[in-house]
Every structure is written in structure tokens, then in C-alpha cells.
Design a protein around this ligand. Sequence first.
Ligand SMILES: Cc1cc2nc3c(=O)[nH]c(=O)nc-3n(C[C@H](O)[C@H](O)[C@H](O)COP(=O)(O)O)c2cc1C
Length: 365
Amino acid sequence: MYQKMYEPFRIGNVEIKNRLVCSAIFERAAADGRITEKIEERYRKLAEGGSGLILTGMQAVCASGRKGPDMVTTDYDGYTADMRRIADEAHRSGAKIFVQLQHCGAQTSPEEGYDHFAVCGTRKPDGTIYHEAAGEELKKLAADFGAAAGRCKAAGADGVQIHCTHGYLLNTFLSPSTNHRTDAYGGPIENRARILFEVCEAVRESVGEGYPVAVKFSFSDLIENSITPEESLFVLKRLEELGMDMEEISSGMVLDGSPRSFSPFVKAGVNEAPFLRSAEAVAEQVRIPVVSVCGYRSPELVERVLETTKIAAVAFGRPLICEPDLPNRWKSDPAPSRCLSCNQCRKTAEQFGIVTCAVRGAGAV
Ligand SMILES: Cc1cc2nc3c(=O)[nH]c(=O)nc-3n(C[C@H](O)[C@H](O)[C@H](O)COP(=O)(O)O)c2cc1C
């Protein structure tokens, strides 16, 4: 029925069996940072469901950079063994798996009690104070990303993805709306992107040549005083020069809790793929594979995008929470994703112990 979406493609040295990617979903199911059985089950179901590449939910490079204890933290004793079980399961079903690496910056949880830093000093409405990240802290940040990537490689993950989107720490350096620094990390885009480049270099140095390193990037912040398209293209081209192997193009700055990066308004056949144009613009400018994410619901659209643009693959977040076997289903059943984009999945972890589909409940992931 559909062909292009089931053709393999390569990210660096790794062959991905099809062009249907599971985008990162923060599972909210870790136990004080540790991988749990529920998390393992989620990735087993997703791999069995046919996704060619699975991006894990964001995992913190260090405990002080996590959103809370329900977020996987890559630096606990035993992480490598736990992550290896997930990678092995994914491989059994022919999927590849990349770990998404994150520091939450001003979205770290106040209850954690760390000395929090952010791009600039700020005080949250709940009273939490984040100080402006100092030079030494930024050095350590890059080293933490590098060390975390090394652990993922040791665990048998097929690659890593650096999170630079949705208002988390690295994204807030890129955006002029949040970066008001006056040192070498603020001002022109070369400066605002400096920490991202340093993180990418540290990760590459840690994992060596040939190991896939991807970046998820907000092309636009979707607010006033956003990074501009020209600036985004400058950064994305430089990331290719720095040896990054794949770019996933998102948008949106979720600092105030607004869900623009996972729009509640997307409806199958009506207004799908709001960030398609920016992904197309990037794919015209770089030679590494570009993955387009957000709002894909109809297989016809996915197939058309893959057939008619330079975009290498399409990624799905909520549709795979709702139906982890969507890639397999579309082989015989062209009905669009059953995801209603209601965004209630965000609130399900309390009830189910892991983010799941609020409509389909525990049958989904
Ligand atoms: C519950 C939930 C958790 C998410 N967690 C992450 C995450 O950990 N990392 C990330 O980069 N994006 C995260 N996202 C965004 C998705 O990866 C994706 O970019 C977004 O949902 C849009 O795609 P969709 O329309 O296919 O859902 C999350 C989205 C949702 C709804």
C-alpha cells in the first residue's frame, strides 16, 4: 500500500529499517532516576509495533539536571545494565534505539533541592531561584553530556540525541527571549549557540567517530523575540560541520507550560504537520538526514512528504502513545492515527505509573 515509509535509511553508520520514527516521550516512570519495568515494557511494545528508530524519553545527564525523580538519570550505578536490557529488546524486534540526553535548566524541580542553574538568573513564581550558569558549570555540563553519551554507547544504544528544544536548558541559550547574557554565551547567535556546540564536541569526543549523534532542535520558539530562521539554519549547518548525524526539527518554547510543541489542535486530514515547512527548509540546506516531527496523523501525508521532499523520516510522539503498533498497522490499514491530540496523556502518569493514552488507557503505552 505504502512503500516509501518502509524503505530503510541510514543515520551515520547505522541502518534504520524504515522511515517511521518514535519521537522522545518523557515517560515519567523512573524510580528515583532508575529505569523501571514499566519503562522497559514501553520500549518493548514500541519496538514490536514496528518503529524503525526509537528515541527514548529525555534522560538527565546528571541528577541535578533532571525534572524530578520520575525522570531517568543516566549516572546511577547500574544504568548501563538497565539500559542494555532496553536496547537488547529493541534489537530483537529489528528496531534501533537512541537515548535522548537532557539537562532541564529552569525546568528542574525545586523539590530536588539542588543549587539550580539556568541560562540567566531567574526566580520562579513558586520562589525557586535559578542562578546564571557560571563558566565552570558550563564546562561541567558539556563533560556531563559527554560522559552520559559514553554510558549509552556502553549500554548498546545505537546512538544518542542531544535535546535542544521546547524551552529546556540548551534551547534557552539559543533563544534571545531567554538568553540575556553579556558574556561569551550571550549576544549574537555564534555566542548563544556556543554551549550547544561545546556539548556536541564533548559528546563526539566521548563516543568517537562513527557513533550516531543526533540533535532535536526548535527551529522557531513560536513566541515574540524568537530565534530567526536564518539563525536556526546557521546553527543547523554548523552542527553538520561538527559531525552531527541527524537533525529532528521541532519548534516551540514550553516555558510557561503551553503545549505549542505538541499542538492540541492537530486533526487528521485538517491541519497536520505544522512544522513541515521548517523541516523542508533545513533538509534543503544540509546533507545529513532530517526528521520532521509533530502533527503527522495520516499515512498519505507521511508518504507524500517522504516522496516529494528531502526529509528522510517522519517522527511521531502522541500517535505512538496511543497506538504503539501504528507502523505495523499502516502496512494493511490506512486509517489515520487514532490520536485525538487531546494532550491528556501528559496527565496520565499519576494514574497509570507511566505516560499513556488517556482515551485508550492501559492498552496503549
Ligand atoms: C507526554 C509527552 C511527553 C514528551 N516528552 C518529550 C521528551 O522527553 N523529549 C522531547 O524531545 N519531546 C517530548 N515530547 C514532544 C514529542 O516528542 C513531539 O515532539 C510532540 O509530541 C509532537 O509530535 P506529535 O504530534 O506526533 O505528538 C513530549 C510530548 C508529550 C505529549
